[in-house]
Design a protein around this ligand. Structure first.
Ligand SMILES: *Cc1c(COP(=O)(O)O)cnc(C)c1O
Length: 847
């Protein structure tokens, strides 16, 4: 399409009405090089208020971000308009966390203008990569669960599914991790300090949220018994929308995050009464609710503020949906036909009680009718098998913050348990196991049970996880409602995790099999036939080598450690948790080190061990594991006997943007959790897609990755979930392994003797004791199998040609792990939604 510059139209003589029309219709958000350059310079000047000579890299970033956002907006508005006009069924993804990663690069890719914008910037003498680095990484999540929500949003938009993500606009995301003297130090993540060009505040859609107070019983004018909730405070929720574009589609779905503020009335009353200070204090109090993300992963916080956060975003989101629905429907009778609400874990499970409150108290529905609508609307994704990680809220806390919801939960429970008693007369044990309330000195609400009874679908996130859910964690519910259970094995988006993070590999793939794989990852199978093509293998290897060089440069810059790019990059990056067993990998490092110390001339495969991950600030053992990694690194890296053959690196502040550097540079992916503990894992998928081989246990999605890659292309070790269970019930004795394995004993003794702690035998005693006297996660039982398997890895890596072949086959066979496949399954089996094509006016089509 021909572009007319706005300046040029000014110079032609046209009547004023015509001129406005031309300006409106003129392609000022066009995608041509010239238009992009012009828009960028305009934004730099008019939004950042600075000229090109004075501008900083950050100014460039903001100007470019707005340039890109402008190009999303008409797609965004058209998408919303189309959904409304078509009355399309909408997927609502409720999640307390969205770990989105940086937007700019991804949006350029999804809009199809990455190369063009890089060229545009180059013409202006600016390096695009440097600009991308300016964006603060929005860390509104802890790890896998929050990142899954982000991959799902990308896939929903890419598959043209009408969808909205709802969450919290935390002012402070996951803390920034620094390492000082080997210890983790947490620094607040003030990511909004310089503004956020991606979000659009929508104050018109503000809603009120009630908290605290008490309930009153009364009879309405028709004589029906009713309850009214008299809260003791009200705050407001202001939505901020971030547009989420699909890859190569016109769909741009909203991510709607809520910010908490004090309601104006409240301010005003106190202010008028002469309590200016109190008015301000209340304002601060209200804003606390969306202030900070709880940095716990797989352990519930149990704090009042956390419950307030959960209720806050759930209530705001449901009110938002009800308002949308009533704009074009006479009642809420058919709500479930227009919305499917997915609960990402139990964090938003209070939605079930809140929706019942809205239907019964506010809109006057009979309980039974309301309950049917509720059950048809909600679906629940479970993310953990570990009983200690299942959310429970104390009844007394609930009573204080959400008195009406507590009554509703009791009523749900009463009716549910009545049903159970009729279905299974006399089975009181079953009744107490199923109850939403855990009896005891401190009564607690079991949020997973609330989510199960209030949903029509319950799913696990990998085949093994779903099986164990049905057999163990939720077995009583599976017995009641086998038809409610589904498996939805997780996936990740290949746009961010291959194309954006590994452009070299993406280019090679595209050269061989074109670009279809980005929308249909199964097409990667076409690469299998190149696994024996020497030229392709050479290029595959070179790309890994270049990625490793990039990471080595980053390591040198940030840690001052020189690593050998010809060594095997052995990588474990993920949250630090005992069940993930970073300390098992440390035992392997020490074992190799011991062998070198015994025989400095031993022929050993050079390895670089790269660790990364955050520990919850209150998780003592996890923080001590970080200290252990850094202490071992300090000794190993400078020991002359090692002669550089082993290097240990802890990269601080593992995040989405750091992941994008690390996954493509890994040779070996460590997925070594105790079998039965990792629900799925998604890091395992990102590694394999980028050509790393996996050493792993039969846990989570590892099992399916191995199945797809072929067992001969996967390094398997360790007990199965069943064996773990059996060994535990037989009475597991870790000391037995220590006493009967000289190598293991030497490794543990090195730690216990203070070798890595300047002679301090106390420092790592908690780790040593936990391994010798309890070993909940069975490191010692798996130790020898792990060491042996790592020896096989070393042997395999020495045959570089065969390693490359295995690497290619791994990547080629990861099609299943695209989040597009996962989302497609949710659409068909749980949500019953179909794609909706967004059609743009011709002048908005990309050139
Ligand atoms: C993918 C990802 C995770 C999840 O990693 P697992 O290995 O599956 O635990 C955690 N954090 C970030 C930043 C990620 O990108």
């Amino acid at each position: 399409m021909e572009k007319t510059d706005i300046l040029e139209t000014d110079s032609v003589s046209v009547n004023p009405v015509e001129a406005i029309k031309i300006q409106v219709e003129d392609d000022r958000t066009g995608m041509s090089l010239e238009t992009l350059k012009r828009a960028f310079l305009d934004n730099l000047f008019y939004l950042q208020g600075i000229g090109q000579t004075e501008a900083t890299l950050y100014d460039y970033y903001v100007a470019l971000a707005y340039t890109v956002r402008d190009r999303l907006l008409h797609r965004f508005l058209k998408t919303l308009e189309t959904y409304k006009k078509n009355q399309s069924k909408l997927v609502c993804y409720l999640s307390a966390e969205f770990l989105m990663g940086r937007h700019l690069g991804n949006n350029l890719i999804n809009l199809g203008i990455y190369d063009k914008v890089r060229q545009t910037m180059e013409d202006l003498g600016i390096e695009l990569d440097e600009i991308l680095e300016q964006e603060p990484d929005p860390g509104l999540g802890n790890g896998g669960l929050g990142r899954l929500a982000a991959c799902f949003l990308d896939s929903l938009a890419s598959l043209e599914i009408p969808a909205i993500g709802y969450g919290i606009r935390y002012e402070f995301g996951i803390f920034h991790q620094k390492i000082q003297d080997g210890w983790q130090v947490e620094v607040p993540d003030n990511w909004l300090r310089f503004g956020n060009p991606w979000e659009i505040a929508r104050p018109d859609d503000t809603v009120e949220i009630m908290l605290g107070g008490h309930t009153e019983f009364f009879h309405d004018e028709r004589g029906y018994a009713k309850v009214v909730w008299i809260p003791d405070r009200t705050i407001i929720a202001i939505p901020h929308d971030t547009p989420v574009p699909g890859y190569n589609t016109n769909t741009v779905n909203p991510l709607r995050l809520w910010k908490a503020e004090a309601s104006q009335d409240f301010d005003f009353d106190a202010f008028n009464a002469g309590h200016y200070d109190r008015a301000v204090a209340e304002k601060i109090d209200a804003e606390t609710i969306s202030k900070v993300l709880y940095p716990n992963d797989n352990t519930p916080a149990g704090r009042e503020l956390r419950l307030a956060q959960q209720y806050f975003f759930v209530s705001a989101s449901l009110q938002d949906l009800v308002r949308r629905h009533l704009q074009s429907n006479r009642s809420l009778d058919n709500f479930h036909e227009k919305f499917s609400i997915q609960l990402n874990d139990t964090h938003p499970a209070v939605a079930i009680a809140e929706f019942m409150r809205l239907l019964v108290d506010k809109y006057g529905y009979y309980w039974d009718t309301a309950w049917k609508i509720t059950q048809k609307t909600f679906a629940y994704t479970n993310h953990t098998l570990m009983p200690e990680a299942l959310e429970r809220w104390s009844v007394s806390l609930f009573a204080k913050l959400l008195p009406r919801h507590l009554e509703i939960i009791y009523e749900i429970n009463h009716r549910f348990l009545e049903d159970v008693r009729t279905w299974f007369p006399g089975d009181d044990e079953l009744v107490s196991r199923l109850s939403l309330i855990e009896e005891g000195y401190h009564k607690q609400i079991r949020m997973a049970h609330l989510a199960c009874v209030g949903s029509h679908a319950i799913n696990g996130v990998a085949a093994l996880h779903t099986e164990l859910l049905k057999k163990d964690t939720l077995k009583d519910f599976a017995k009641l409602w086998p038809e409610k259970f589904y498996n939805k094995t997780n996936g990740v988006t290949p746009r961010r995790w291959i194309l954006l993070s590994n452009p070299r590999l993406a280019k090679l793939i595209a050269e061989k099999i074109d670009n279809g794989w980005l929308k249909n990852l199964d097409e990667l199978r076409k690469l299998e036939k190149f696994a024996d093509d020497p030229d392709f293998c050479r290029r595959w290897r070179e790309i890994k080598q270049e990625n490793k060089r990039d990471l080595a440069a980053y390591i040198l810059k940030h840690r001052g450690i020189e690593v050998d790019v010809n060594s095997l990059f052995d990588v474990q990056v993920k949250r630090i948790h005992e069940y993930k067993r970073q300390h098992l990998a440390v035992l392997h490092v020490i074992s190799l080190y011991n062998h070198i110390k015994q025989n400095p001339n031993i022929d050993i495969l050079p390895r670089t061990f790269i660790f990364g991950g955050k520990a919850a600030p209150g998780y003592f053992m996890a923080k001590l594991i970080i200290k252990l990694i850094n202490s071992v690194a300090e000794v190993v890296n400078k020991d002359p006997d090692v002669r550089g053959r082993l290097k240990v690196v802890f990269l601080p502040n593992f995040s989405v943007s750091l992941g994008q550097r690390i996954y493509p540079a890994a040779d070996l992916s460590e997925q070594i959790s105790t079998a039965g503990k990792e629900a799925s894992g998604t890091g395992n998928m990102k590694f394999a897609m980028n050509g790393a081989l996996t050493i792993g246990t039969l846990d989570g999605a590892n099992i399916e990755i191995r199945q797809e890659a072929g067992p001969e292309n996967f390094f398997l070790f360790g007990l199965t979930a069943e064996q773990v269970y059996a060994l535990k019930s037989d009475g597991y004795n870790p000391m037995h392994y220590y006493e009967n394995n000289a190598d293991l004993k030497a490794v543990i003794d090195r730690i216990a003797n203070g070798y890595f702690s300047h002679g301090d035998r106390e420092l790592f005693k908690p780790i040593v004791d936990s391994l010798l006297y309890e070993d909940q996660y069975m490191l010692l039982a798996d130790y020898q199998a792990y060491i042996d398997c790592q020896e096989q890895v070393s042997q395999a890596y020495r045959d570089r040609e065969n390693w490359t072949r295995m690497s290619i086959l791994n990547a080629a066979r990861m099609g299943k792990f695209s989040s597009d496949r996962t989302i497609w399954e949710y659409c068909k089996e749980i949500w019953d939604v179909k794609p909706v094509r967004i059609v743009l006016e011709p002048y908005h089509q990309p050139v």
